[in-house]
Design a protein around this ligand. Structure first.
Ligand code: MSP
Length: 654
């Protein structure tokens, strides 16, 4: 630990499955972890922030097969390729200190040693895995994983099966894990403790199957060929191998283990709060200090997934709104421990209200007035008033509350505190009316102090939002000309006295206001364009038609000699057709919505010619043209059946 440091701080995100479908929900946890890491660095801690990718397992093996590449090529492409995992974290400005891939050699070798250690100490033993097997999917399932008794992946029948496998004595640690959960702050928020204890521990913890033989893409059990280590054992130990546990690549265990906190999504809390501590207990290793299970981001009330269209694509969202605005939105809007509902409306209104109106306006009004009244040079001197003390007291209070909320990972509350100060400062402008003070020589000293107070409020706010919006905070501090020593955590004391000076400048608006209607419409368009179209066809008819009746229908090739709209009808087109009989045939068809008359002239179509004539808009229609109908995303589509022009008019179709 360096002398100046407050201490070491180790924070992690879950390591991601390299799937091509990373959406903004995935970025949520990493943005939160990044914010915490930046906050701790700001406080003066020596931070290690770990993230990475979880690259083994049957799913990856299957996907690689589908793509016709090796599993290693498959994961390399998604991790290192264009718009891959590394690119995404760069885009989102994620300041990780270390990135681990579970396919890294040092990690693989370490996992083999760890597995052997637990085997040697008797906590891993060989047994038989009894369960259900889906042959086409080559997958084992437990009874509870089945969906209506069938394979959850393909929906087919499963059969009883047995597979030789290694087991970890999870049951042995049930009492100790329960005690850890119930009697310490290990797992947060507290609500997750009951979930774990009641749903998993109390019903009885069974030993965990920790090896597989039905696929090969995993860490091989080196003392028993054919077995690969269960992917979660491989994945969980990343938190330690990335520090040098059982390998020589790194030497950071003494400084950073146990971890200060693992941030994880709620669905993987079970692995982190039951299996992970039990394995560490087995190896007699210190436990992480905390596991925090955050909630899920849903999209328009539904589970988020990339198939919902590219409006949940972090690349698209960052391009439209800016990375900082997006990061801010995620942390400001949703309490970290609970689920949140992401909507475009909410995103835009948060940007408009908090960033454009409140923070953006405060900065632009202050820097513009400082420029106008003092040429950007706020020198020594000034005149204080009672009102200034209120601002100062609030800034001190906000600072303390913010710190408390951040320590509890309550990012939205921490930001709410900062926006109390920003709101108060905006009100202070209205109360002190600098434009009136500027009118008289006598009130110049007061005007100077007012401007310095505003700069000070902005400086403090910028420091406090810097973990969430690093780039914007830096821009704001640059506009105020704040030197490096004024940007630190220790420079939080409120200082707008007569000795303080500022050299401000003006710039383009930091957070331009978004036209809500226009933007929503653009996002809607984008979403439609990127979504898989939903095609619907007419349901099949159960009513049978007898063969002889069907054969009576006279289908003929017809050539369009003329086609025109029918006056006063929006629907009808009037066709003059050559049907090979030597006399023109007239057919009226309600397809004006789908075709312009001129595009049909000369085409060879199909008509049923022996229907009784019908009058439509006073004109006779002798037959019916055949078309294909369906809907795309609820919109009706129609295509006339057009056949080869080489087919002569009147040719019978049968
Ligand atoms: N590989 C495992 C983690 C192993 S850690 C030793 C995994 N990977 S994942 O890619 O599926 O998910 C990574 C993280 O993204 C998880 O914490 C998960 O909860 C989170 N999220 C995925 N979709 C999410 C939302 N819609 N909202 C919030 N977080 C979500 O699990």
């Amino acid at each position: 630990m360096c002398e100046k440091c407050k201490g070491n701080y180790y924070i992690t995100t879950p390591i991601y499955y390299p799937s091509a479908n990373l959406h903004i929900g995935h970025a949520y946890c990493t943005v939160a972890t990044d914010t915490m890491a930046r906050f701790k660095r700001l406080q003066g801690y020596n931070v290690k922030f770990l993230t990475g990718t979880d690259e083994h397992g049957q799913k990856i093996e299957d996907k690689a097969k589908e793509a016709g590449v090796t599993p290693q090529q498959f994961v390399d492409n998604i991790v290192l390729g264009e718009k891959g995992v590394l690119d995404l974290w760069k885009l989102m400005n994620i300041s990780y200190d270390r990135f681990i891939r579970t396919t890294d050699d040092y990690h693989v070798a370490a996992i083999q040693k760890i597995f052997k250690k637990m085997y040697d100490n008797g906590d891993i033993y060989k047994g038989t895995y009894k369960g259900k097997y889906c042959k086409p999917c080559e997958s084992f399932w437990t009874e509870s994983q089945l969906v209506n008794g069938k394979c959850p992946d393909c929906g087919r029948d499963v059969q009883d099966a047995e597979e030789e496998a290694y087991f970890f004595k999870l049951s042995k640690y049930a009492d100790r894990v329960q005690d850890l959960l119930e009697n310490t702050d290990f797992l947060q928020p507290r609500s997750r403790v009951n979930e774990m204890v009641n749903n998993f521990i109390k019903p009885g913890l069974e030993d965990l199957c920790v090896s597989r033989t039905s696929f090969t893409w995993g860490v091989p059990v080196d003392f028993d060929p054919g077995h690969v280590v269960y992917v979660w054992i491989d994945a969980l130990f990343n938190y330690m191998t990335a520090l040098g546990f059982e390998n020589d690549k790194y030497d950071d265990l003494n400084n950073f283990w146990p971890a200060d906190v693992h941030f994880v999504g709620k669905e993987i809390v079970r692995f982190h709060s039951i299996i992970w501590p039990a394995m560490l207990m087995s190896l007699d290793l210190p436990l992480p200090k905390k596991v925090y299970g955050h909630g899920w981001l849903n999209f328009n009330g539904e589970k988020m997934s990339k198939s919902r269209g590219n409006v949940v694509d972090p690349y698209v969202l960052s391009e439209r709104f800016g990375v900082d605005a997006l990061r801010f939105f995620l942390l400001r809007t949703f309490p970290f421990g609970s689920d949140g509902n992401f909507t475009n409306e909410l995103l835009i209104s948060t940007i408009n209200v908090d960033l454009a109106n409140d923070l953006g306006n405060l900065v632009s009004r202050t820097t513009a007035m400082s420029q106008k009244y003092f040429g950007g040079e706020l020198g020594k001197g000034g005149e204080s008033a009672e009102l200034d003390n209120e601002l100062k007291a609030l800034a001190t209070e906000v600072f303390a509350n913010y710190e408390k909320q951040m320590e509890a990972f309550q990012f939205s509350n921490a930001l709410a505190e900062v926006f109390r100060l920003i709101g108060r400062a905006n009100k202070y402008i209205d109360e002190t009316t600098p434009w009136i003070l500027a009118k008289s020589e006598d009130t110049q000293p007061r005007l100077l102090t007012v401007m310095k107070n505003l700069c000070e409020c902005i400086r403090i706010s910028a420091i406090l939002v810097s973990p969430m919006m690093p780039d914007s905070a830096e821009k704001i501090l640059n506009l105020l000309g704040v030197p490096a020593e004024g940007r630190t955590w220790d420079a939080q004391c409120y200082c707008a006295d007569s000795e303080a000076t500022w050299k401000t400048s003006t710039g383009a608006p930091l957070f331009p206001r978004i036209d809500v209607e226009k933007e929503l419409a653009a996002l809607e368009e984008l979403s439609k364009a990127s979504q898989e179209p939903v095609v619907e066809i007419e349901p099949y008819s159960d009513e049978k038609v007898d063969f002889d009746t069907f054969c009576k229908s006279d289908f003929r090739a017809v050539k369009v000699k003329d086609c025109k709209n029918v006056k006063k009808s929006e629907k009808l087109l009037q066709f003059t057709l050559d049907d090979g009989s030597g006399t023109d045939r007239q057919i009226l068809s309600g397809i004006a919505k789908f075709y312009k008359p001129e595009e049909l002239i000369g085409k060879t179509l199909v008509a049923v010619t022996n229907l009784p004539p019908r009058k439509m808009m006073g004109r006779e229609s002798c037959g019916m043209l055949i078309s294909a109908v369906h809907t795309v995303n609820g919109e009706e589509k129609l295509n006339l059946l057009m056949i080869d022009d080489a087919i002569p008019a009147g040719a019978k179709l049968c």
